[in-house]
Ligand binder design. Structure first.
Ligand code: 5RP
Length: 224
């Protein structure tokens, strides 16, 4: 599995050219992309500026000597590369397994180009087997949890190592919705977008045009 993640991370790094502002995703697959960029910066004198999608990725990029800027210090983001938790046949996805969905969605939204890198276990017919993360404001989140429960969304609070409600990099909590199968991702996204107290959700519908996927049998493929 790690080998497949590494292969797509290295492939994605070939899309990065000198002078680009690059969005760095979060997660175990994106970490291979960041590692390869770090190698290219150190060994090939690749000249890039990066913006990151989480404190974890910031720390990795900093460690590797990749020049970082705040998202509001760059004129535009040329390309963002990130992992995904599930991708359906229309290239809609669920993200946020690493609790970074808010920063990830903001960086992706303001990127000219956006690529997901995954192993083939992430490719599914329908979204929803992976619990859908929803980032919520702490104030009133118990009421929101109850609303999701009444709607039949089977909510659970994401917990940290101390069994407390996890706090994201943006100071919010995550409620995971155990939906099993999402029949209409657009309708669900609209409902969540309109729900007070929801900061952002992990449905990334119609955002990505290119997916790099690796499998043991077929190697690395670029789907667009
Ligand atoms: C973090 C994310 C990750 O990109 C997603 O969870 C995939 O992670 P991994 O590559 O470790 O499977 O959305 O919020």
């Amino acid at each position: 599995m790690n080998n497949l993640k590494k292969q797509v991370g290295i492939k994605a790094a070939t899309f990065v050219k000198d002078g680009m502002v690059v969005g760095l995703g979060t997660g175990s697959t994106a970490a291979f992309f960041v590692a390869e960029l770090g190698r290219r910066v150190a060994e090939e004198q690749l000249k890039i500026t990066a913006v990151t999608t989480s404190s974890v990725t910031s720390a990795q990029a900093h460690e590797l000597g990749i020049p970082l800027k705040d998202i509001d210090e760059v004129p535009a983001i040329d390309l963002t590369v990130d992992g995904s938790d599930e991708i359906d046949l229309e290239l809609n996805g669920i993200k946020g397994g690493g609790a970074a969905l808010l920063m990830e969605k903001i960086v992706a939204t303001y990127s000219k180009d956006y690529i997901w890198i995954v192993d083939d276990s992430k490719m599914v017919e329908h979204l929803g087997a992976f619990p859908l993360p929803v980032e919520v404001v702490p104030f009133g989140c118990g009421q929101l949890f109850h609303l999701f429960d009444v709607l039949g969304f089977k909510p659970t609070f994401r917990l940290d190592d101390n069994e407390e409600n996890l706090i994201t990099d943006m100071g919010n909590h995550i409620i995971d919705l155990h939906l099993d199968k999402i029949e209409d991702p657009a309708a669900l996204a609209k409902l969540l977008d309109e729900t007070v107290g929801v900061v952002e959700h992990g449905l990334f519908n119609d955002m990505v045009k290119t997916v790099i996927v690796a499998s043991e049998t077929e190697g690395v493929k670029v789907i667009s």
